[in-house]
Write a protein that binds this ligand. Structure first.
Ligand code: ATP
Ligand code: MG
Length: 373
């Protein structure tokens, strides 16, 4: 295999709720594919999340942060606990790692596998196959702002969206590269004959709200236009975020690669997750493309406290995130084998977890993927 010979150090954060359940299934897949393809790795487990916080008060101690930094990549289940105030774990673990490790791209593929249920009538796997490049280090997520006259009738709460030229541009450049890389699958089928005559092969859509966010998204638009000059093979498209939500439902086949802000990316990828069969199937990578610190791979879903502990969480989102992790470390062929195994399981009537209308368990679905490898 491409990654053969180099010992890969994988940090594992199972986290809360269904996190440990879907991570267990993912590690079984990793174990098999690594054995078959000659990938050598070690696992370093981290006890982080709501249970530890409630028992000790620790969110993300410096020692854990240092040990995580020394890993090549990180696999995360989910953090979030019904007994912990909202934001403590999200800000203290998830956002902290994304920011400290310069994971400035959140890559979220939206792809309908045959056999997965889409709620959109008349649309199939050929229509729903896009990828969202979400900026992951800036915007409303930086925690800038505050209260004035808190608790009074005159109260004002300010939440500032920070957008730096350098931060926006590196994300947009990554998205253009991602669009260009998709040319290996052939031209984007949403291109007109006229587009093809002009030399376009794939398409990148900027999703923003330039008519309202006239400072932040003016910067985004200028960075998009200027960066596009280096990518004459990629057709540039623009959609306001509200229109994008509508079009993702009415005409998902119009999207190839989307680049967007942190907040909008969060929202449109939950919509995207539903288009491609639900939260149980949505995978993601928090990427540091420069590899100056580890990248982190996680299912888009959270800890799902409503189904935790029952052994019925869908493990496929976490398994597909594990495949993205293998892509990142140069084991793309192994990643593709995992995706094919997932596709072959989804194409059959069983096993399926309850979120996909089935009656099977996390372990049964995980075992079926393992057998398909
Ligand atoms: P968190 O606070 O950790 O984000 P949440 O309450 O937002 O948790 P999610 O985990 O995002 O919940 O889940 C939203 C819905 O999707 C829940 O009803 C949950 O049961 C369902 N869900 C999430 N992940 C899965 C999964 N892997 N398999 C099946 N259903 C899932
Ligand atoms: Mg959630």
């Amino acid at each position: 295999s491409e990654a053969e010979g180099s010992l890969l150090k994988i940090g594992v954060i199972p986290g809360d709720g269904v996190g440990p359940e879907v991570i267990e299934a993912s590690l079984a897949i990793l174990e098999k594919v690594a054995r078959q393809d000659g990938i050598e790795y070690t696992l370093e487990h981290f006890n982080l999340g709501g249970e530890r916080y409630l028992a000790t008060g620790d969110v993300l101690p410096q020692d854990d942060l240092d040990r995580l930094r020394r890993c090549d990549v990180i696999l995360l289940g989910a953090v979030g606990h019904p007994g912990v105030a909202p934001g403590v774990l999200e800000k203290g673990i998830l956002l902290k790692l994304r920011f400290d490790f310069h994971q400035y791209v959140n890559l979220r593929p939206i792809r309908l596998y045959p056999g997965a249920p889409t709620p959109i009538r008349g649309k199939g796997p050929d229509d729903i196959d896009m990828v969202v490049v979400r900026e992951n280090n800036e915007d409303l997520y930086v925690g800038a702002g505050g209260f004035t006259y808190k608790g009074t009738p005159e109260e004002v709460a300010i939440q500032t969206s920070i957008n730096t030229r350098a931060g926006v541009e590196r994300c947009i450049r990554y998205a253009f590269e991602a669009a260009r890389a998709r040319a290996s699958r052939g031209p984007f089928h949403g291109l007109s004959d006229d587009d093809k005559r002009k030399g376009f092969v794939r398409q990148l859509t900027l999703v923003a709200k330039t008519n309202v966010l006239t400072f932040a998204h003016d910067l985004w638009m200028r960075a998009f236009t200027e960066t596009s000059r280096d990518y004459p093979d990629v057709k540039c498209d623009y959609q306001h975020v509200d229109a994008c939500c509508m079009r993702m439902v009415t005409n998902p086949e119009r999207f190839d690669v989307i680049v967007t802000t942190n907040m909008f990316g969060d929202i449109i990828t939950d919509l995207g997750a539903v288009l491609q069969g639900g939260m149980g199937l949505a995978s993601s990578g928090n990427l540091n493309p420069d590899k100056t610190a580890p990248s982190m791979f996680e299912p888009v879903h959270g800890s799902a406290p409503d189904i935790a502990g029952q052994g019925i969480a869908n493990p496929l989102a976490a398994i597909l995130s594990t495949a993205m992790m293998l892509d990142h470390v140069g084991a793309g062929k192994s990643a593709e084998r995992i995706r094919r195994a997932v596709a072959s399981v989804l194409a059959r009537p069983t096993p399926k977890t309850p979120d996909l209308g089935g009656k099977n368990t996390t372990a049964e679905v995980g075992n079926a993927v393992r057998d398909a490898l």
